[in-house]
Design a protein around this ligand. Structure first.
Ligand code: NDP
Length: 333
């Protein structure tokens, strides 16, 4: 089987030389194990943190070891009654085409007619739950709120905006990195207003897009976006700090928002969170969002690339904004 290994730790932006594709012998599954052929694998921004030498919230990838990430696959051989041959499973085991895994480390997925397996890596998976937990639990979204979402055309952001809209937001404003994404957000996803953050200082663009001020901020980007949101907040505003992708390739820590003191005068609460701590919401999330997907209430977009050999280029392109919606790599039919 083929798998990707980390070859070197990047300084700043990662390059293809930081990765290597290797061919390995695959062992047969032992008692309690299954062999899984991966159908589709996820590339996610948090993986940039796994390349770093220091501590990140997800386990760091070691040099010379197989990289790991979310994937959906089919069990092709099983020595575990709990996970039979043919089962569709979710595992933290791709960046390879076949993996032999302990059955305890895979989750059997329901077969949902009309729903592609990749949705378990996006709208029905980790990014979906992140949007759900961040908006409803951390930011305590309420009907009538004006919501600002940074990174709005991505996997998490495009869902945050829709969850807010479908639950009675007064307005949903988003920022994204290209005119096409901005158009998609307002014309197809249902954002009230959106802007391209390259078009000027974010604070000015946000003031134009949300003249009424914002009550909730869902931050995927950090840096200038966070500072702009602090400036735009109404009193008692609430923010879910989900990610700060604008700084993931930085070689020095970015200076903090200069207007932090407004947190005091506007009585704001900004809460950071990691989706893994909110797994108790998964059942409610899965039931409700599966219904929303099946009924067509959600606009779900994916950017799908093909082939394990293209996984690294796909990951690097994700970090540069080459995706709209969830970015995945299709590995097999
Ligand atoms: P996305 O699908 O949003 O993909 C990443 C996007 O980031 C790109 O498409 C690009 O879009 C944007 N981007 C890249 N560089 C910059 C920059 N310098 N400034 C602004 N935007 C940039 O990824 P996800 O939806 O999976 O993740 C979104 C965020 O949520 C990330 O920060 C991620 O780390 C975080 N996250 C946090 C979790 C948690 O538990 N706290 C769980 C899951 C995700 P564009 O063209 O608009 O620039």
């Amino acid at each position: 089987t083929r798998e990707w290994q980390l070859a070197a730790r990047p300084h700043g932006e990662p390059t293809p030389d930081d990765f290597r594709l290797v061919e390995l012998e695959r062992p047969d599954p032992a008692e309690g194990q299954v062999a899984v052929r991966m159908l589709v694998m996820s590339v996610d921004p948090y993986m940039r943190g796994r390349m770093n030498p220091g501590k990140s919230y997800a386990a760091r990838w070691e040099i010379g070891e197989t990289m790991k990430g979310g994937a959906v696959g089919r069990v092709v051989a099983s020595r575990s009654p709990a996970v039979p041959e043919g089962a569709l499973v979710l595992a933290d085991a791709a960046w390879r085409d076949v993996a032999v895994l302990d059955a305890a480390h895979v989750r059997v997925l329901p077969e949902l007619p009309g729903i592609p397996p990749s949705y378990h890596l996006g709208v029905l998976g980790m990014p979906g739950l992140t949007a759900w937990a961040g908006l409803f639990r951390l930011a305590e979204f309420r009907e009538g709120d004006t919501v600002f979402v940074s990174g709005a055309a991505g996997a998490v952001g495009s869902l945050v905006g829709q969850f807010a809209k479908l639950n009675g937001a007064a307005a949903v404003v988003g920022s994204a990195g290209t005119p096409e994404k901005v158009r998609w957000l307002t014309e197809e996803v249902g954002f009230t207003r959106a802007f391209d953050y390259h078009d000027g200082p974010v604070a000015e663009l946000l003031a134009g897009a949300a003249p009424e001020g914002i009550d909730v901020f869902f931050d995927n980007v950090g840096g200038e976006h966070l500072e702009a949101a602090i400036g735009a907040f109404n009193e008692f505003g609430r923010g879910a700090l989900c990610g700060a992708i604008s700084g993931y390739n930085a070689t020095e820590p970015a200076p903090g928002p200069r207007n932090m003191f407004m947190m005091v005068t506007k009585k704001l609460s900004l809460r950071g969170f990691i989706v893994g701590d909110h797994a108790d919401l998964r059942d409610e999330f899965t039931t409700k969002v599966t219904r929303m997907v099946t009924s067509g209430d959600l606009v779900v977009r994916e950017t799908v690339r093909e082939g394990l050999e293209n996984a690294v280029d796909t990951f690097l392109d994700l970090l540069r904004g080459g995706n709209t919606g969830k970015m995945v790599v299709k590995l097999a039919d």
